[in-house]
Design a protein around this ligand. Sequence first.
Ligand SMILES: Cc1cc2nc3c(=O)[nH]c(=O)nc-3n(C[C@H](O)[C@H](O)[C@H](O)COP(=O)(O)OP(=O)(O)OC[C@H]3O[C@@H](n4cnc5c(N)ncnc54)[C@H](O)[C@@H]3O)c2cc1C
Length: 468
Amino acid sequence: MRVTVIGGGISGLVTAHRLAPHHQVTVYEAADRLGGCLRATTLDGAFPAGLDIGAEASLNRRRETRELAAELGLASVFPSPAHSSQVYARGSLHPIPKRTVMGVPADPADVAELLGPAASERVAAEELSPPIPGDDVSLGEFLAERLGADLVDTLVDPLLGGVYAGRCRDLSLAATVPALLPAARNGTSVLDLVRDLIAARETKAEPPGPVFMSLVGGINRLIPALAERIQAHGAQIRLGTAVESLTAVADGWSVRTAEAEEAADAVVVATPAHVARRLLAEAAPTAASHLGGIPYASTALVLALVEVGARPLEGSGLLIPPTEASFIKAATHVSNKWPWVDERLPAGTAAVRMSIGRFGDDPRTWQDLSEAEVVERAFADWQSITGRTDRLVAAELRHWDAALPQYLPGHAEAVAAIDAALAGVPGLELAGSAYLGVGIPACIERAEAVAARLETTTTDENTKKEQE
Ligand SMILES: Cc1cc2nc3c(=O)[nH]c(=O)nc-3n(C[C@H](O)[C@H](O)[C@H](O)COP(=O)(O)OP(=O)(O)OC[C@H]3O[C@@H](n4cnc5c(N)ncnc54)[C@H](O)[C@@H]3O)c2cc1C
């Protein structure tokens, strides 16, 4: 079978990796590099081993990334247990409470230091609300009604914002924190539910292991390892080649780029939903119209090398709630978080990663600024929040435009409708971060499911042909 994979991010490459041993695979990538949201930088040679300037870790408690890394011969590394993250609230930094489900505490006393007495009393005095009318609700609205706006603004929003670059009042409870959905659907206490979930977590016989993993050189190292395996099976990778349109033809698909038109038996569209919408407009208009309803957030990262001298950084990073007047929304103390980075940095220096931008931002707040202005403002903000005066040695800004899909209430139904519409279009599949989850494991899960479905279809068709 000739398979065309459109998009050379983790989703497209995992699909290609699974299909390349048995099929004739071609990957089209619009950019001049593979990886999409996974990207390395050496900061102009200042850190030759390379650091992530896109995604920087993957959930370790899901199997997908861990197992893929092991299969590719890459050893997982884990964050240092010596450091933890903080949240900036009311002018100072506070430890992030540990016993929570996405910021909702098992015990309201655990958030008292962070929120102050009045707001933590409001959390404790949960106001029950009737069962929600449909299957889904805004996560932020639901929790604000139950537990008060302060918990949502100070803790839930920055925690969730780190994943989606979105505001939790916009996002779907069912798609982002499904563990809390029963309280909304049944009109029962969310505090009781979290207490039960955390008790179950704590009574597990085996310790759960580190939450996150990465690789030496960064999680981006998955990309060259995948590309090598894919090409070893004879697959073609075409960089700098955007697919412009897809047309269903008698015996498959016609894939058009600026230079050529090529035939395929099956096509996997592994681009962001806004590109998939355009490519599917003719072949699968119902799916395309649902894809058009998935908005995206833009964000940016500044990665900096900082001279800290004899005064090391504290903690693995900090989150800043959107209610604080701050240019950055988070900072990761990369060299405290990842021991492999610390081991490779010159003595007296540290690596800091600062994130900017949330869904719905006015472009004038940061998108329209020059690189020098963004770096200067981000670093000044970080210095003022941490109370430090370190010297900036090197820095790089990377814009991530329309990169993070926003899972609005009703997202799961929209994805079910997309999948149902595609079930009637043989040989056309969608992979990517817009469907099952934005994290790397969810992208791998979807990509593997797509590859398995195409394998089954070909096996079924071959059996049918043999029988005829
Ligand atoms: C700044 C940032 C930080 C993140 N941090 C984390 C993290 O720490 N952990 C985590 O689990 N997740 C993280 N994520 C999310 C995760 O990285 C992404 O959801 C995931 O990598 C998406 O992979 P993908 O292959 O589906 O899409 P993408 O990575 O977007 O790849 C799609 C590819 O398609 C290409 N393309 C687009 N149009 C065309 C076309 N017409 N023809 C051919 N090619 C085309 C693009 O150039 C791109 O390379 C982060 C995301 C961002 C933006």
